[in-house]
Ligand binder design. Structure first.
Ligand code: MN
Length: 219
């Protein structure tokens, strides 16, 4: 649902988590606190089921979808993307473990990050409400033109199911080109096993803390 002006868009995020137990950040809504408004990131999350959490910054929160099979570079592939609760901007750099038994218990790797922007002439707030988002990403791994489309709800479904699909461009290619070739964190270089084992995190030389530097000229 789109957040109303007087509602806390992170209420659902905070309600699901016990911050005495998880190392995840508590969600505070402050749209001016961080970022250029166009942050993009993906967290690889080995929980009940392995998935990739796609997050797009919009109006002070991270719109989020869990993609079980991750992004495919093949435009013929429609990847299920289940919309999840808006996440706080402070989640953008989270990597680590969530205790088993807690919400999302398992291992989280920061798998990609960069910037995103909507297709020219499209207002993402309007189009998301209508069930589609045509967008571009410039991540370290995921690039180019993509589309998210909401599926018609079926009876008994608890979450909104969307489809994530690559649009044909110079970055299109092999279905597993992204997920099979990129097995380490872009923040610490660790594998999922190393994160799970609590191997000491050492930030990669190219890693920059805080806001993602703008890398494109569009609004
Ligand atoms: Mn997740």
């Amino acid at each position: 649902m789109m957040a109303r002006d007087n509602a806390d868009p992170l209420e659902s995020y905070n309600r699901k988590r016990d911050f005495a137990k998880t190392a995840e950040p508590r969600g505070t809504f402050d749209k001016l606190a961080w970022g250029n408004g166009d942050g993009f990131m993906i967290q690889k999350h080995d929980a009940t089921r392995l998935h990739y959490d796609l997050r797009l910054e919009l109006d002070g929160t991270l719109k989020s979808w869990a993609v079980p099979n991750g992004p495919s570079l093949d435009p013929a592939d429609k990847r299920l993307a289940v919309q999840t609760e808006d996440h706080p901007l402070s989640y953008a750099t989270f990597e680590g473990t969530i205790p088993l038994g807690e919400y999302g218990g398992g291992t989280v790797m920061l798998w990609d990050r960069g910037t995103w922007w909507p297709a020219p002439g499209k207002d993402p707030r309007k189009s998301l409400a209508q069930g589609h988002l045509h967008f571009f990403v410039d991540g370290e791994r995921m690039k180019g033109e993509w589309i998210l489309i909401r599926l018609k709800p079926r009876r008994g479904e608890k979450a909104e199911n969307w489809i994530l699909r690559k649009i044909e461009d110079e970055y299109a290619g092999n279905p597993t080109g992204l997920t099979d070739r990129n097995l380490t964190s872009i923040k610490t270089g660790r594998t999922m096993l190393e994160i799970a084992a609590g191997k000491k995190a050492k930030e990669l030389p190219g890693w920059k803390k805080g806001p993602i530097p703008p890398r494109h000229g569009e609004g």
